[in-house]
Design a protein around this ligand. Structure first.
Ligand SMILES: Nc1ncnc2c1ncn2[C@@H]1O[C@H](COP(=O)(O)OP(=O)(O)OP(=O)(O)O)[C@@H](O)[C@H]1O
Ligand SMILES: [Mg+2]
Length: 176
């Protein structure tokens, strides 16, 4: 079911800002305590992996965050909550996700970040938050839309954090 809470837009001036948004998301997920499924949408090179790196670092990961493009999923099971980074760009058929037992990943309060979720349509669960990244000038604009009650809580926590941030623009705009 689609939430009718307002979406939230934020301008990300550079790579560091994208990572910082990931860090805020990690904080919100830990605070809400239910894990979360985040869809990361946007064209090639729009910052989906950068945002994922910010989330993993925010959850306490200290090593590299590489793109899981060839393996479909990169696990971060040492984190609390455990996190999984999917990149479905090279997924042939959504059914492949069934074979890899995808449903198990979404249980138990895990954090699941999914790049190119469009390719898993029909098999992936409802996202708590859909985050769309697009180019804006030299930076990016991020649009965050909740899909569940958990997503609404995460968004509310982000907005609270954003009240202290000069570059945060809360969204009145429902285009696209
Ligand atoms: N807010 C930003 N402003 C400008 N450049 C950014 C911003 N965020 C990330 N970048 C840059 O965009 C480039 C691509 O980032 P990234 O690999 O995260 O994209 P992606 O969306 O995961 O791409 P793909 O679809 O190929 O997986 C990187 O060079 C990164 O530094
Ligand atoms: Mg990527």
């Amino acid at each position: 079911m689609q939430s009718d809470q307002q979406e939230y837009r934020i301008f990300l001036a550079d790579e560091a800002a994208t990572e910082a948004l990931g860090g805020q998301l990690a904080k919100a997920v830990v605070g809400a305590g239910h894990g979360g499924t985040l869809f990361l949408k946007g064209n090639l090179g729009m910052g989906k992996t950068t945002l994922s790196r910010g989330v993993m670092r925010g959850l306490g990961h200290e090593g590299a965050v590489k793109s899981p493009t060839y393996t479909l999923v990169e696990p971060y099971e040492h984190l609390h909550p455990a996190a999984y980074h999917f990149d479905l760009y090279r997924l042939g058929d959504p059914e492949e996700l069934e074979y890899m037992g995808i449903r198990d990943y979404f249980e138990g309060g895990n954090v699941c970040l999914i790049e190119w979720p469009e390719r898993g349509q029909g098999v992936l669960p409802q996202a708590d938050l859909v985050i769309s990244l697009e180019r804006e000038g030299k930076g990016r604009s991020a649009r965050l839309m909740p899909g569940t009650k958990n997503g609404e809580s995460l968004l509310a926590m982000l907005q609270d954090a954003g009240n202290n941030r000069s570059d945060a623009v809360s969204g009145q705009d429902k285009r696209g």
